[in-house]
Design a protein around this ligand. Structure first.
Ligand code: CP3
Length: 370
């Protein structure tokens, strides 16, 4: 099939944009869309079956495998968006730092000095992560306009934190030592991460991603002053770059989503990123999140992933609560500017039936019936 025949849905006259895309733009919708962070992954038996034959990085680096894994939750759950199967640390080898997953990330070296930073490269996305762009092109063909495809990257601060810490941490001691002890070096590192992420996510949009999401998992380790001075300006730079790429592709209103973990204490500052959608975790109610952020931005979230380990009655009750806090529900229909999601990634021990129950419940509780 020629490439040009997979025109983005947005450009087809008379065809409405996908529900998820319209919700991201805070347009009127017929029901609340839902997708699940980390929806492709270990809680799915079909994912585990593939992973018995292929390791995680091979799965990310083989477009046919990444495509198949991306589609697994779309088929099983009937979610309203697909998210590319990959990882936020996939661009690291191109920067000059190899990474292994066991299953948590382990970097081959850490970046802690000015010399370390100087040796990092801003990779050309087509050269170092061409397989991601190929997976996106393949997915657009496979999805054939059924549900939109979300591309993603780690936000600059979260990427920088991994580069300095070299893997999982609770205290972020090495990263904070660099940030507050050698600010010029930290600044240089953040600049490399910003340029890398901006180019990488823009390339995904150019390849056909219909929404772009930035994961800032570790931003909540910082207080409001540092967030406003150091974290969010970099996010703004990436958002601006991705927006330019979207304009060049003829999709000026391509949704951009910013998710920061544990950000309840400074949620209102997220407005400064220019993102269309703010991802919210469960440490704040969506009513309070709305009051904090104001109108004109969509909210994505925010069920505690732990709820999906619970009993069906509790899952239904808590889904209804999240929908109500966003301003929707039976009799009211979908709340404008709400995309249902978990507040963080789905847990590996979640029964797949519980995820399916959640998707069906959100549909049932928000569908406008005539
Ligand atoms: O949402 C999706 O379905 C797309 C796939 C996706 C993965 N990672 C697959 C993955 C996405 C969007 C990510 C993002 C990601 N990766 C984040 C940001 C979101 C978040 O959860 O905060 C972060 C911090 C990472 C880094 C990372 N990768 C960690 C901490 C881990 C190990 C933790 C874990 O879940 O075990 C990974 C590995 C990883 N990334 C797996 C998957 C499915 C597990 C690898 C395996 O199958 O063995």
């Amino acid at each position: 099939m020629p490439e040009s025949s997979v025109a983005p849905q947005h450009t087809k006259p008379g065809v409405a944009d996908p529900l998820f895309v319209r919700a991201c733009r805070s347009e009127a919708i017929e029901r609340t869309p839902i997708w699940i962070m980390r929806q492709a992954g270990r809680y799915l038996p079909e994912y585990r079956a593939l992973r018995e034959r292929y390791d995680f990085l091979t799965s990310c680096r083989t477009p046919e495998l990444a495509c198949e894994i991306t589609l697994q939750p779309v088929r099983r759950l009937g979610v309203d968006a697909a998210i590319l199967f990959s990882d936020i640390l996939v661009p690291l080898p191109g920067m000059g730092v190899d990474v292994a997953f066991n299953p948590g990330p382990q970097l081959a070296r850490t970046i802690r000095s000015a010399d370390d930073v100087r040796r990092l490269r801003v990779p050309d996305p087509a050269e170092s992560t061409g397989y991601v762009l190929d997976a996106i092109r393949l997915l657009r063909r496979e999805l054939a306009g059924t549900v939109p495809l979300i591309g993603f990257a780690g936000a600059p601060l979260t990427m920088a934190a991994y580069l300095v810490e070299g893997g999982a941490t609770k205290s972020f001691e090495a990263f904070k030592r660099l940030l507050f002890g050698a600010p010029a070096t930290a600044e240089a590192l953040l600049r490399v991460c910003t340029e890398t992420v901006a180019a990488y996510l823009s390339a995904q949009v150019e390849a056909g991603a219909q929404a772009a999401m930035l994961f800032d998992t570790w931003a909540g380790q910082f207080g409001p002053r540092d967030v406003e001075a150091t974290v969010l300006p970099r996010v703004r730079d990436v958002v601006d770059a991705v927006r330019r790429a979207a304009v060049a592709r003829g999709v000026p209103d391509l949704p951009i989503i910013y998710y920061a973990g544990e950000a309840a204490g400074w949620l209102s500052a997220c407005r400064t990123t220019g993102a269309d959608v703010i991802g919210v975790d469960w440490r704040i109610g969506l009513d309070a999140a709305r009051a904090s952020l104001g109108e004109g931005v969509a909210l994505q979230g925010n069920l505690d992933p732990g709820i999906l380990l619970g009993e069906p009655t509790i899952i239904r009750r808590e889904a209804a609560r999240v929908i109500a806090e966003a301003g929707g529900g039976p009799g009211r229909g979908p709340a404008r500017g709400h995309i249902f999601n978990l507040g963080h990634g789905i847990l590996p021990s979640t029964p797949p039936d519980h995820a399916k129950l959640l998707v069906d419940t959100v549909r049932e509780l928000t569908e406008v019936t005539r």
